[in-house]
Write a protein that binds this ligand. Sequence first.
Ligand SMILES: NC(=O)c1ccc[n+]([C@@H]2O[C@H](COP(=O)([O-])OP(=O)(O)OC[C@H]3O[C@@H](n4cnc5c(N)ncnc54)[C@H](O)[C@@H]3O)[C@@H](O)[C@H]2O)c1
Length: 247
Amino acid sequence: MKRFEGRVSIVTGGSQGIGETIARDLAAEGARVVLVDIQKDKLEAVAGSIVESGGLAEGREVDVSDTAAVERTVAAVAAAHGRIDHLVNNAGITRDGLLMRMKEEDWDAVLRVNLKGTFNFSKAVLRTMIAARYGRIVNIASVAGLMGNAGQTNYAASKAGVIAFARSLAREVGSRGITVNAVAPGFIVSAMTEALPEEVRQAYLEIIPLKKFGLPKDVASAVRFLLSEDAAYITGQVVSVNGGMYM
Ligand SMILES: NC(=O)c1ccc[n+]([C@@H]2O[C@H](COP(=O)([O-])OP(=O)(O)OC[C@H]3O[C@@H](n4cnc5c(N)ncnc54)[C@H](O)[C@@H]3O)[C@@H](O)[C@H]2O)c1
């Protein structure tokens, strides 16, 4: 039997990059994966390809920052499948710039998606998880949320926020059989990091002891572990997947 057979997993930002890899990984382990994203076409393509390869997946077009839409979506998933075992809060955006020049809308957009999106989905799944006395929530944070990063005050604050959120919620729901953890990736090859100039990429390589960038599958492995029974006694923790960039 596969590790996650019978489980229902929600992965936000699941239509590309790290979220897509996490979703494919969980589906390969037998979970029924509900992918959430704002990119409708990509969402359908990824869900379709998981189903084609024998997995269980469906896409739901939802903006994680839209509280009412998130509540409706989670209620529909719970009604359709009778359970929600896993939530991976992965949807995230950047709007980089030095604070002196940062527009209020860039601050708000990043906090709305990265932090409020995590609040929205976590709160919405809790009722079902508490009733089942079982649940696993993993927030995708960032090394920037641990060490800070010039040009990313908004992003770093949002990622430090999802870490503190995970620790606080872990304390609230531990007695209900629910664990809440964070995974903090370093520099992972993806659309988000491919946009960076070559000299910035080289500067990162110099401070990474493993001397290479990570891959989405490196993050997915950590998420898979935290969702699994092997991590049953781990809660409120941050697992760094950063090649040693910050330790
Ligand atoms: N790539 C890296 O090096 C890196 C490093 C540290 C942390 N992270 C974090 O990992 C997560 C995934 O990053 P990625 O590199 O795969 O980025 P990505 O941009 O490739 O993917 C992010 C996904 O989130 C979706 N999304 C954005 N706003 C949304 C919204 N409002 N509602 C629903 N979905 C939305 C996007 O459509 C996209 O599919 C993010 O939280 C990011 O902050 C990435």
